[in-house]
Design a protein around this ligand. Structure first.
Ligand SMILES: Nc1ncnc2c1ncn2[C@@H]1O[C@H](COP(=O)(O)OP(=O)(O)OP(=O)(O)O)[C@@H](O)[C@H]1O
Ligand SMILES: [Mg+2]
Length: 232
């Protein structure tokens, strides 16, 4: 069983793109039962079942991960917290009258692990985004990665500011004793100045291999991107 935690330098930097591509790459490498997990989604649509027997909250990342996966599981396993409001997870949880419980996510992950050959866990937002806030403290996405003891893959959204975000994220990952298994350079600003110089600095300063470098291409599909993604 292999498993990775996918984090990024920010929200909207290509974590889902990377997670879905990694699922395809693992399948192409011979892993049979590969599944994506998005423990917490904030921003869902209510989708009615075709047979009229009710419906469920569904997030587009979960749809993308399921489309890539070869193992299909109930949403309590691959998306235990589907929160309607498109805001930070702990605030979305408050709106839904719930509290995100890391022990509950851990139980779902372990159940998934028993049935899968590979599990790709996509974090919410950036690495240290709060998932709950209680008694003056908070638990974050980083606490979740640590609790699941997963090697981390960091997606760097290439745009102005990404060097600071990438180095801060690397520091936070390593400070928690988690291995940084690799990183992906993903262009999110097609007009970024000095892209090559930024990339060279990332290659010198990040202490893990670059697994992929993807340019701006809105039409690229994860099954196609998989062939240019190196497995960690
Ligand atoms: N290299 C790229 N070229 C063109 N569009 C891209 C690229 N990378 C990402 N996008 C688009 O940017 C949006 C955000 O990407 P993605 O959903 O993978 O980010 P994310 O980090 O998973 O976001 P979230 O924090 O919401 O989970 C998507 O619409 C995606 O298709
Ligand atoms: Mg995503």
């Amino acid at each position: 069983m292999v498993a990775y935690f996918i984090t990024g330098t920010d929200t909207g930097v290509g974590k889902t793109r990377t997670s879905a591509s990694l699922i395809h790459a693992l399948r192409q490498a011979g892993y049979k039962r590969v599944v994506g997990m998005k423990p917490v989604t904030a921003g869902c649509d209510w989708v009615e079942r075709a047979d009229g027997s009710g419906g469920q909250w569904l997030n587009e990342d979960v749809v993308a991960l399921r489309a890539a996966s070869s193992l299909h599981v109930p949403s309590s396993f691959d998306n235990p917290y589907a929160l309607p409001a498109p805001v930070s997870p702990h605030i979305a949880a408050r709106h839904a009258d719930t509290v995100i419980d890391l022990a509950h996510i851990e139980a779902s992950f372990h159940a998934l692990q028993q049935h899968a050959d590979a599990v790709i866990v996509e974090g919410a937002g950036g690495f240290v985004v709060p998932l709950n806030e209680q008694d003056g403290g908070c638990e974050t996405s980083a606490d979740l990665a640590q609790r699941l003891r997963l090697p981390v893959i960091m997606v760097v959204g290439l745009r102005l500011g990404c060097l600071n975000h990438a180095l801060l994220t690397q520091e936070a990952i390593l400070a928690r004793g988690l291995p940084l298994a690799g990183w992906v350079a993903n262009v999110v600003d097609p007009n970024m100045a000095e892209q090559a110089a930024n990339l060279a600095t990332l290659q010198r300063q990040l202490r893990a291999p670059m697994l992929a470098h993807w340019g701006w291409d809105a039409s690229a599909r994860p099954d196609q991107l998989a062939s240019s993604l190196r497995l960690p």
